[in-house]
Design a protein around this ligand. Structure first.
Ligand SMILES: NC(=O)c1ccc[n+]([C@@H]2O[C@H](COP(=O)([O-])OP(=O)(O)OC[C@H]3O[C@@H](n4cnc5c(N)ncnc54)[C@H](OP(=O)(O)O)[C@@H]3O)[C@@H](O)[C@H]2O)c1
Length: 279
């Protein structure tokens, strides 16, 4: 029976991916920090997919702590057998202009989004290589394809994943191990709800024009890409063009972003002027 391990599987995109595999009768292991959320996810999956509760395993661990995530994955493999598919969805986003983000925030986003993925991959990689099979799907972001105002730390962490995936793909392929990376757009999840509260208005002007995708639709495409063994998965025309033709497309998008940001600054300055005249 296929064993799918999903970091960040208790919520959002990770949970939606878990739902697909649980519905297909796979054994699914979910890893995240909050045990409460994990238990809720386990109960929800059992109720919505008809999967047996004992085919959904939960492990509370912080992916930023390598020994913890390695031990959690070891326990999952002891219980459910070797990992066939690893999906690294655990991630956080803390928007803010560079000068507003302290070093701890930068470090947190790099350690969870980037290093947390590396730690999970390291925990399954040797076994996959030995068995000559397995697939690793890393969840980057549209912010891993183009820089976004107010997302310097998040973009850095998600761009880093692309480099990691590209290099590892070459090393893993001769051993029968597939490496994939995907770049979701804004997606309706608890993370997006929290993010919107602190997203700078300049970023909202740029990103707010695209309607967020439902998590189920993103998960469906991710599962389809895993099946087809695709290396990169894009969502929507703009991200597809950026992913495939980045250097050619980026200057046009930069021009549009600059214009939107300048208009926003002008209207903010105008509003400030009006309120100063009124006082
Ligand atoms: N939603 C979007 O618009 C969007 C767009 C592009 C890419 N993404 C990426 O997609 C992935 C999933 O995001 P989402 O929107 O589904 O977020 P979400 O609903 O907040 O889910 C995030 C999951 O990651 C877990 N997690 C966070 N930090 C962790 C840590 N240090 N160790 C272990 N687990 C951790 C969370 O559980 P705990 O907090 O309990 O640990 C939760 O299960 C992230 O990598 C995100 O960057 C999201």
């Amino acid at each position: 029976m296929t064993h799918v391990i999903i970091t960040g599987g208790s919520s959002g995109i990770g949970l939606a991916v878990a739902s697909i595999y649980a519905g297909r009768g796979a054994r699914v292991s979910l890893i995240a920090r909050s045990r409460d959320l994990l238990e809720q996810a386990q109960a929800k999956l059992a109720a919505s997919t008809g999967a047996k509760a004992d085919s959904i395993r939960i492990e509370a661990a912080d992916v930023a702590e390598e020994p913890d995530v390695a031990a959690a994955i070891r326990r999952c493999e002891q219980a459910f057998g070797p990992c066939d598919i690893l999906v690294t969805s655990a991630g956080v986003v803390e928007p803010g202009r560079f000068e507003e983000l302290d070093s701890a925030s930068f470090q947190r986003q790099m350690e969870i989004n980037f290093s947390g993925t590396v730690h999970a991959v390291r925990a399954v990689y040797d076994g996959m290589k030995r068995r000559g099979k397995g697939r690793i799907m890393m969840i980057s972001s549209g912010s891993g394809l183009i820089g976004i105002y107010g997302y310097s730390a998040y973009c850095a962490s998600k761009f880093a994943l692309h480099g990691f995936a590209q290099a590892l793909r070459f090393e893993a392929r001769p051993h029968g191990v597939g490496v994939s990376v995907c770049f979701p757009p804004d997606t309706e999840t608890p993370q997006l709800q929290r993010e919107l509260a602190t997203r700078p208005c300049e970023a909202e002007k740029i990103m707010g024009v695209v309607r967020p995708w439902p998590a189920d639709a993103v998960a469906k495409r991710i599962a389809g890409s895993i099946e087809r063994g695709r290396f990169e998965t894009f969502f929507g025309l703009t991200l597809y063009l950026l992913g495939r033709f980045g250097p050619a497309v980026r200057p046009v998008i930069h021009w549009w972003f600059d214009r939107a940001i300048a208009q926003d600054s002008t209207s903010a300055a105008h509003n400030r002027g009006v309120s100063e005249r009124q006082t």
